[in-house]
Design a protein around this ligand. Structure first.
Ligand code: NCD
Length: 347
């Protein structure tokens, strides 16, 4: 199989050796030709669209493997390496789980999460900031309000970039951990019915999740207020790969069908007009009444933070999957970093 990974223009022949297959890849730049069994080594993570189903499964298998390592073995995988990060938008889970993941691999993290204490405040450009972080770290995690920011950064930096949220475009590592969570909780992804509820216009996690789901045979219910429907170009992109139905109400037919309800926050900060936000805030709330109409084993997921979309009463039910999801975030990101930083992982 040949495909061109974005940005570094690496061409991979056979996908992986982890399952015992021969795997060779070489870059399109002839003087960089090298052999490697691990296609994620030194690779940017900009869009989930760059991942095949084999890629996803390889990452999920690696997450299982890295999670089961003894702390001493795990602590070798990032020893002496540094993760550099910069968050131009707030973050709790993404930043902390990357830091925790890197620490568990024996590496360290340096970064900026308070722009006011950085030279961004003095007017330093994204390009210069990335060039500098690139000098001090081995892998760079970037969150930025502009679509395309990570792709831009990846073109500038020598070290790999991980997109930790680019505007309302994508958040690929969130989708990886979302898919991993579904797999862990439901033991499969193929054959499931997944309802995605909330702000489908501005919620970047929704886009990465949808693109990721195109690798599976799933039914998708998209539930949003009419003004927050998924962007049309993305519907065109996934049409034919997913069986999609759009709804404006979280109606009974959706609740009785869904194996997973993936709830999202209305993205207040991305509304050009806050009056429009006021019209849609609080549109959906998942509570015990909602669960009473749903499948008994429905998994309620949320990338978090939640505002008022899921009642706290749900937290104590067996359906609440969002905190487990956040904890898988650390494990999945540790596996991803281990793959990006090591040409070969121990068997
Ligand atoms: C999400 C984000 O930043 O897109 N948060 C996260 O990374 N878990 C979701 C959100 O902010 O609503």
């Amino acid at each position: 199989m040949y495909r061109i990974a974005a940005l570094h223009m690496k061409v991979f022949s056979s996908p992986f050796s982890a399952r015992g297959e021969e795997s060779v890849y070489y870059t399109a730049v002839p003087w960089k030709i090298r052999l490697s069994p691990n296609p994620f080594y030194d690779r940017d993570i900009v869009s989930i669209k760059d991942f095949s189903k084999d890629d996803l499964e390889f990452i999920f298998d690696t997450t299982d493997k890295v999670s089961s390592l003894k702390p001493s073995e795990r602590g070798e995988l990032g020893k002496g390496r540094a993760l550099g990060y910069i968050f131009y938008e707030p973050s709790t889970r993404t930043r902390m789980s990357f830091e925790a993941a890197m620490a568990s691999l024996g590496g360290s993290s340096i970064g900026i999460s308070d722009l006011k204490s950085s030279s961004v405040e003095k007017g330093e450009s994204l390009a210069d900031t990335i060039r500098i972080i690139d000098l001090y770290s081995d892998v760079i995690v970037l969150r930025h309000p502009l679509d395309g920011s990570s792709r831009f950064a990846a073109e500038l930096s020598q070290n790999p970039i991980i997109n930790a949220g680019s505007g309302s475009e994508e958040h690929p590592t969130q989708a990886l951990l979302d898919l991993y969570t579904i797999l862990k909780v439901k033991k499969k992804i193929d054959g499931l019915s997944i309802a995605i509820v909330g702000d489908l216009k501005y919620g970047r996690t929704v886009y990465s999740l949808l693109y990721g789901l195109t690798n599976y045979d799933v039914d998708v219910h998209l539930v949003s207020p009419p003004s927050l429907q998924i962007r049309k170009e993305s519907i065109y992109e996934v049409q034919g790969k997913l069986n999609i139905k759009e709804h404006s109400e979280l109606e009974d037919g959706v609740l009785t069908d869904a194996d997973v309800i993936y709830v999202t926050r209305i993205q207040r900060e991305r509304f050009p007009d806050l009056q429009e936000y006021e019209k849609v805030r609080g549109t959906y709330t998942i509570d015990e009444n909602t669960l009473a109409k749903a499948k008994p084993d429905v998994a309620v997921m949320h990338p978090l933070p939640r505002v008022d979309e899921i009642s706290q009463a749900v937290d104590h039910t067996k359906n609440a999957t969002y905190f487990k999801q956040a904890s898988y975030g650390k494990e999945l990101r540790a596996a991803l970093l281990a793959l990006m930083l090591n040409e070969n992982l121990p068997e």
